[in-house]
Structure formats: C-alpha cells, structure tokens
Unconditional design. Structure first.
Length: 116
C-alpha cells in the first residue's frame, strides 16, 4: 500500500485517518494542504479516482469558502483554478492509495485496501 493523506493539521477527520493507519502500522505520507498543496496532475488523478464533480470536493463550511467567491464562478475551469489557489477549500481528508482514493473518514474502504 502506498498511502497519501491530504489534509490539514486542524482537521479532526484528517487526524482520525492518520490514527487509523498508525494503529495498523501502515506507513503513510501526510501532505498538508496549507503548506504544500497538490499539483494539478495530482488533483486530476484524485478527481478521477473519486469519480466526483468539482462541487463535491469543495468544503462549503470552510472559513475561506465565502471569501473565495468560488460559488459565483461560472466556468468549471475558473472554479478549479480557484480551488488549486486556495487548497484549504478541499473537503478533507483525501486518502489516496495508488489509483484509488477516498474523501472523508472511510475506514470501511481502507480495510478493503488492506485485504487486497
């Protein structure tokens, strides 16, 4: 397993995801979206793996959501650019295992990955 956890230090579900893998002695790489973010290529791969629309990836409860005005942008491309500029707008955690990914705290899915 090649686990990557995208999230922020202050996100409770991100901490729970880290604890899940740590308790099972599964190595993972934590990518802090505030410090490092994700590249456009990583974003596209994750979006494809999740099979979700852009709007499903955006955390509308984020403190920066209203300030970003992302909901008022007309084109999908403009929204993606705004999301990649302000990566704190992502719902977290995003847990990636190769070509598979989950959004949020999903221990049932991660358990399936362990059994593969």
């Amino acid at each position: 397993m090649n686990i990557q956890i995208y999230g922020t230090d202050k996100c409770f579900d991100t901490k729970k995801a880290q604890r899940y893998f740590k308790e099972r002695s599964i190595k993972y790489q934590f990518i802090d979206l505030k410090k490092y973010g994700m590249s456009k290529g990583e974003y596209n791969a994750i979006k494809k793996a999740l099979g979700m629309s852009l709007d499903e990836l955006v955390n509308e409860k984020s403190k920066k959501y209203d300030a970003s005005f992302i909901k008022y942008l007309a084109s999908e491309q403009a929204k993606e650019e705004k999301l990649l500029e302000n990566q704190e707008l992502f719902k977290t955690p995003i847990v990636r295992n190769g070509k598979k990914a989950t959004l949020g705290y999903c221990p049932e899915e991660w358990k399936k990955w362990e059994n593969e």
